[in-house]
Design a protein around this ligand. Structure first.
Ligand SMILES: *Cc1c(COP(=O)(O)O)cnc(C)c1O
Length: 408
């Protein structure tokens, strides 16, 4: 049962009242994105039969092919793969990098150390199946003051085949990278060598801003369907979009050379991908409002937060510095208790494959690990930063927040 203290209700309502103008901007963005989705549905004459999938090899899967046209249209990309065979975005990132890089090629990350699951994929942490083990070379340029090191990037491009950009922060404490910065750095790189593949990990950023990296020169973008574009409906999967020839290479690595995109039965995925995409503009808007409310409330309570309620956002993630371990654990426990599923489960800090510190997580979700649903996680270490994201509906997030404050 939720424990909603009336003082806390008043306090949260007061904070919420000061957010009206910001929430209006989010509503405006939701409208723009909803129109993009609906226009694409109409352009490709989506009909009821498209919701049914194929079995077996998956030849002539009209619904699957329309979904990929719709995603491409929304991204303004030449082509896309939207597939249930991608277990998650990390898998899609891994397959895509393996498809695009050959022995002797150089992969340059210009947003510092990539997301944790990429360490063994690339070979930053040793692994016998890593890109490095297959002869790919890895180089890295760190961000400076939350922006690209443009000077250093421009001087480091010789021999580089693929530039890797990660927009959201992962478990680091930097800001997310907005579309203007992406546009600026891509222009810089393409002016020096237009052959370099610009590869963007787009996780958590979809429908937050009004443009996709593919509209400002990115060659490949990758994202998860248990995050923004799954709209809380998709139960797994990921997308990859971009240049047609590169999508062909990636499809031949995911499936097999010679068949590529032609195979891959959608089985029962078409309906969930379409309904998820349909709801995504609204769900992303709810997630953003939820993050902003958490940000405002915890700032008022004297905690450091990032981003602040009134800062421009390019992803749905909010970080709250909770000062100590006890706060972290209490916060996660109450968030778990406030959720729809597994509310009786008590989160305890534990070891996770691929992570160095013990991690505590609250994820009371319909889809395991789904982080477009309201969820939080934190490594148990100074500065006790908690990462919050998601919120299928703003009301549920607001109730969760009041419950957390009432139990703190
Ligand atoms: C979540 C995330 C991933 C991985 O996505 P999964 O679908 O969980 O595998 C990769 N990169 C970033 C920046 C992320 O936030």
């Amino acid at each position: 049962m939720l424990n909603l203290n009336s003082d806390k209700i008043d306090f949260v309502n007061k904070c919420e009242n000061s957010l009206k103008d910001i929430f209006k901007e989010i509503d405006d963005m939701e409208l723009i994105n909803s129109k993009k989705v609906l226009d694409a549905f109409h352009k490709f004459n989506l009909n009821e039969n498209d919701l049914n999938g194929t079995t077996g090899y998956g030849y002539n899967d009209i619904g699957r092919d329309k979904i990929e046209s719709i995603f491409s249209d929304i991204f303004k990309a030449e082509d896309a793969l939207v597939r249930r065979e991608f277990a998650c975005a990390s898998h899609a990132l891994s397959i895509s990098l393996s498809a695009l890089l050959r022995h002797g090629n150089v992969l340059l990350s210009i947003t510092g150390l990539p997301y944790d699951t990429m360490h063994e994929v690339i070979g930053i942490k040793e692994n016998n199946s890593s890109l490095i083990s297959y002869g790919v070379k890895y180089e890295q340029i760190d961000l400076v003051n939350n922006d690209f090191d443009y000077e250093k990037v421009s001087k480091s491009l010789e021999n580089v085949n693929l530039v890797y950009i990660q927009r959201s922060r992962g478990y680091s404490l930097r800001d997310s990278i907005n579309i203007e910065k992406i546009e600026k750095v891509i222009k810089l790189i393409k002016d020096i060598n237009k052959e370099i593949i610009i590869f963007v990990d787009n996780c958590y950023t979809e429908f937050v801003e009004n443009k996709f990296p593919t509209e400002v020169g990115a060659d490949i973008i990758v994202g998860s369907l248990i995050k923004n574009l799954g709209g809380g409906i998709s139960t797994n999967g990921a997308y990859v979009a971009g240049k047609k020839d590169l999508i062909k290479l990636i499809s031949e690595r995911l499936y097999l050379p010679g068949e590529g995109k032609e195979v891959g039965p959608s089985i029962n995925a078409n309906r969930m991908f379409l309904m998820g995409l349909y709801l995504a503009p609204s769900v992303v808007a709810s997630s953003l409002k939820s993050s902003i409310l958490f940000s405002k409330v915890f700032e008022e309570l004297g905690y450091l937060v990032n981003p602040k309620f009134n800062e421009k956002r390019s992803d749905i993630v909010e970080v709250i510095y909770l000062k100590n371990e006890e706060n972290l654990i209490n916060f996660c426990k109450t968030m778990q208790q406030s959720g729809p599923i597994n509310s009786e489960v008590t989160p305890i800090p534990g070891d996770m494959p691929g992570y160095n510190n013990k991690i505590i997580m609250a994820s009371p979700s319909f889809t395991t690990g789904s982080s477009i649903e309201l969820s939080a996680d934190a490594p148990l270490k100074d500065p006790y930063a908690l990462f919050i994201q998601g919120g299928l509906s703003y009301s549920y997030a607001k109730l969760t927040l009041i419950n957390i404050l009432s139990n703190m």
